[in-house]
Design a protein around this ligand. Sequence first.
Ligand code: XIL
Length: 969
Amino acid sequence: MRTLRALVVAALLCLLPVLPAHAADLTYDFEDGTAQGWGPRGDGVTVTVTPDAARTGSGGLAVSGRTATWHGASITGPFVRGVGYTVTAYARLVAGQPASTVAMTVQRTPTGGETTYERVAAATVTDGEWVRLSGSYLFTAESSDVQLYVESSDATSRYLLDDIVLSPLGDPTREPITSDFEDGTAQDWSPRAAAVLENGATAHAGTRGLTVTGRSASWDGPALNVLGRMAKGDKYALSAWVRLGPDTASGRLGLSIERRTGGTPSYERVVAPKDVPAGEWVQLSGTYTLAYDVEFLSLYIESETGTFPFHLDDFTLTYVEPKPVQTDIPSVKDKVPFTMGSALTRPDTLGVHGELLARHFNGATPGNELKWDATEPREGEFTFTDGDYLVDFATGHGMTVRGHTLAWHSQTPDWVFEGATKEVLLQRLERHVRTLVTRYKGRIAVWDVVNEVVDENQPDGLRRSKWYEIAGLDFIRTAFRVAHEADPDAKLFINDYNTEFPRKREALYKLVQQLKSEGVPIHGVGHQLHLNIEHPAAAEVEATIERFATLGLDQQVTELDVSIYTDFVSTYDTIPPELLVQQGHRYKELFDVFRRQAARLSSVTVWGESDDVSWLRSWPITRLNAPLLFDDDLQAKPAYWGVVDPAELAPLVRELEAPAAAVKVDGKRDLEWDLLPDAPLARVGDVSAGFQARSSSAGLYVLAEVTDPVVNADDRVTFTVDGRTRALGRTSPGVRRTATGYRAEALLPTGADVQVTVHDRGSRTSWTGTVTPIPAVKRTTAPHRATSPVLDGAVDRLWSGVPEIRTGTWIQGTSGATAKVRALWSGSTLYVLAQVTDPALSESSANPWEQDSVEIFVDPGNGKTKGYEDDDGQYRVSFTGRVTVGGTFDAVGVKDNVRAAAVAVPGGYVVEAAVAMPTVTLGEGVLAGFDVQVNDATGAARTSAVTWNDATGRSYLDTSHWGVVLLGR
Ligand code: XIL
């Protein structure tokens, strides 16, 4: 890797001749009475040195006789190729001349190319004050006839120039750029199109800023030419402050970069557009790594939509010195019994990122470059520049390459499906698959032939993609057949996410089983494993691997990452360090599973080598996330140690809530224990366990559900509460045998610091943490009815005898609208009746949760997860019967589950709702997570909100504090 780095550095060096340290400024002050090399540009132009033209001292340059905008004063060749300069000058118009834009421009002719004109600086100049022009300049291509000249937008304007300074930068790619606009100019910023940039008094700091008006498109705004100011492979921190124009109520602004390579422009987001509240300065900050050779590089501020005016101030661009890659820690690949891969994109191969990849990984998956949109953007036009580059990089470093991916519903150009009959679509697929697999035959060992084709919510388990809609299962059959024909040695995989969830696992299992039985050449199953810090449990991942092992196929973990968020909304400004420790333990548990299952798992790939390049920085929303093994500085995180050497991890202190309740200590599992899930104790060997606690005045009730198939004399669970230990063996009171091990219950003295340890022959597994008492988890019963109620808001007879609950847990305010609620079930549907007391009704807010409404929360598996699982739903019904649904990011799994009616009654309204629960089988004794919330609006604001059970105010994000409904008879 050293060599690669040295090469990059050498390439830079020959590109940029290094000037002697502190090369002197070139100053043109005209104090010696001569024009110091400046002369006229254009017929009839005169350039004279006079005291009248002096800004400082006694000499300045007067320019007159112009008849074209490009006429003016010019000087030959002050710039050295490869050296960056800041250029400043002062200009003023001769008295009586109308204001115009005066610009400094470089004309040059690249060898073998056409003459170019590059603007260095420009400003609006009047006959009043001297105005400073400033900008920066660098050229890298061999060129002749290099001239710097000063021109004006007014063809005949006469102007004065003085104090022109060209300062060579030591290494322009290391010099910071700042724009504070305090000098009254636009500094080096220029409009991308029609936008008008004016220095103005709206400032973030100091007294001046840049005002941007007259934008012609969302992408039109201030731009800064940074060509030569960033080096390929280097990282830069960019920051700018923005504020909306005075009459703009809302808008989103972001920071982007346009780069051109070989004449083709590409646009990259450095900071995705974010909300800028009216009247506030908002910082846009992010980092950018230049990954390409460019002949054009410009950064700019743009809006998501609209052309509203805004202000810009205090921009900075600074080189980020990379921390060296750690060389005194083990390579991950040396510590695992399978191929250890990483996703990578082109920038990841450069500099320290490239070093990190080569040091730790022996597998590689191009993250985007082999997808359809990258490889065949137009029919029959194949582009492999980036794909080849990455495959070369990977194979050159001895990495096994996973080809990702041949057929997918995403990142696939529209033309593929346009006007396609099944036959045409399969022909397009065949050509695409054959071309890619043939090209990389022998170099790509494994292909994700199809990606994300399963949808467990469909009766046949198949995603309703355009592929499926046009070609049915045949697109999968064709893709595998053709890939196998093109490279019989390649291992062909089906790849999907959420395979660790039982319903998706089974749907994928059925599909693979069918494909195998048909003789489709499928060799492996790829589990993406985009997980989060809490869910799903490592045991579910293991269950998935064990399940697919019965099919006798290879398996791989293909896109592992562990988000620090459990929902799709939250963001941290700084990540709490204990969360990263928790993540380290989570990685440890996962790699315990992978190591245990190594015979079935040929490779594990993380989706990116370091947090700074993770796709979870922009999906599903832009936020700080840290899902990988190495941090933004490429240093090993606890996650790395969790994989490589868990002994290095700080101990994990967990937290558990103990709801108020009493249970019978008899080794039987009371219904009370089923209200919440057991907290897992990691599996060691064949032994694992789950733990719960309940608080009461009598003490702390504890439960351990132990999985331990082999009976040994010394099998036992120890509970330590505030330093006092109770041991329970298989034959102790409160212990009973279960199908997979034993269950232990005990009543212990109340305490907070708890350790639970399950001992097996020579090994043990523990839970250590604090236990906090909380109020009891509320439970209600929904009786069964043979017929379903009519959804009309009328309380018909079916509802009589149904237990009633009341909302009384205030999450906003302490009084307001409340509801009496009943639930019953029929068929596969839960029916809910809410009679709301609320004399003043309003729907005037645009936000449905700020309207008078009832929210019904249903978690079919009673999973009590932090964050929503895809069948968890928040169903909101306004007093007029308007329905809105919340769930996971896109709520696809639940959005069609609800039907409802609402009617106004004296003093309030009645909501009657039906919530379908297609993902579970309803029956007597089934438990579901359940809660109800009443939102009380006064005009356009919500003035109170009350729930039945959940006191956290986070029901819309987190299902773990909802109450429980028990289905009755
Ligand atoms: C992601 C890439 O990492 C992003 O750069 C891109 O913008 C979107 O796709 N499942 C997959 C991967 O199979 O291809 C996705 O990769 C992440 C989810």
